[in-house]
Design a protein around this ligand. Structure first.
Ligand SMILES: Nc1nc2c(c(=O)[nH]1)N[C@H]1C(S)=C(S)[C@@H](COP(=O)(O)O)O[C@H]1N2
Ligand SMILES: [Mo]
Length: 213
């Protein structure tokens, strides 16, 4: 991974922090809370009733599908990639939102560049160590705030919140962010995930209230 890319990502992040300073979002709460959402002070936990315990020595992330360079990353390899931090709001489809979540880890675009998806790849399918899965159009994964997060507030992501590593896609409802992520597959045809086969929306934009299909 090039140093230039790392610096560019850092610069982008800094620009964003600066922009926030000029227009503090907390003074414009109505612009900040998507329709039908309520602000929560805590951090609820949502899962399938399983919080898998994955020793870091056994953890790996597989990147496959329509890619030129499939990869299986061990924990140390993931952490050797350029790291970024992004502060974002978290919106669960069950109507709670949490502001100012500070996630650190590897930008999705870094993983994208690492494996070089083929032009036919238009969808991303995530699977997790607890059996969860979710699907996201590739275009929504390429924003610079989409992360494979290994830290929350500077500390390792706790097991209940999806550690060792989870996906964060701030502009979509949080069910699109796979906790305990295990595989990322690039596809030409969409493949529905755990909640999507149960009627949840395929994209899940909270600003458009794309809750259910
Ligand atoms: N692996 C996995 N990822 C998951 C889920 C899950 O059950 N398993 N739940 C999703 C849902 S519905 C939400 S709202 C968020 C909740 O994240 P939290 O428990 O850290 O609040 O994780 C998402 N990712
Ligand atoms: Mo959720």
């Amino acid at each position: 991974m090039s140093k230039e890319r790392y610096i560019a990502a850092k610069e982008k992040w800094a620009e964003k922090q600066l922009a926030k300073g000029f227009k503090p979002r907390d003074t414009a709460a109505t612009d900040r809370l998507p329709p039908g959402q309520k602000l929560t002070a805590g951090f609820p936990v949502l899962d399938l009733g399983v919080q898998p315990d994955i020793p870091l020595a056994e953890w790996s992330l597989t990147l496959d599908g329509l890619v030129e360079k499939p990869a299986v990353l061990a924990w140390a390899q993931l952490n050797a990639l350029p790291q970024v931090t992004d502060v974002s709001d978290f919106h669960c489809v069950t109507t709670w939102s949490k502001y100012d979540c500070e996630w650190s880890g590897v930008a999705f675009t870094t993983l994208f560049e690492l494996v070089s998806p083929r032009p036919e790849a238009k969808f991303v399918y995530f699977t997790s160590y607890d059996g969860y899965s979710t699907n996201v159009p590739l275009a929504h994964c390429l924003d610079d705030d989409v992360l494979l997060a290994t830290k929350f507030g500077g500390e390792p992501v706790s097991r209940e919140h999806g550690g060792p590593a989870r996906i964060i896609i701030p502009k979509l409802y949080a069910w699109k962010g796979a906790k305990f992520v295990k595989t990322i597959t690039f596809l030409a045809e969409d493949r529905l995930g755990f909640w999507e086969v149960r009627g949840y929306h395929n994209v899940g934009d909270p600003w458009k209230e794309e809750r259910y299909a």
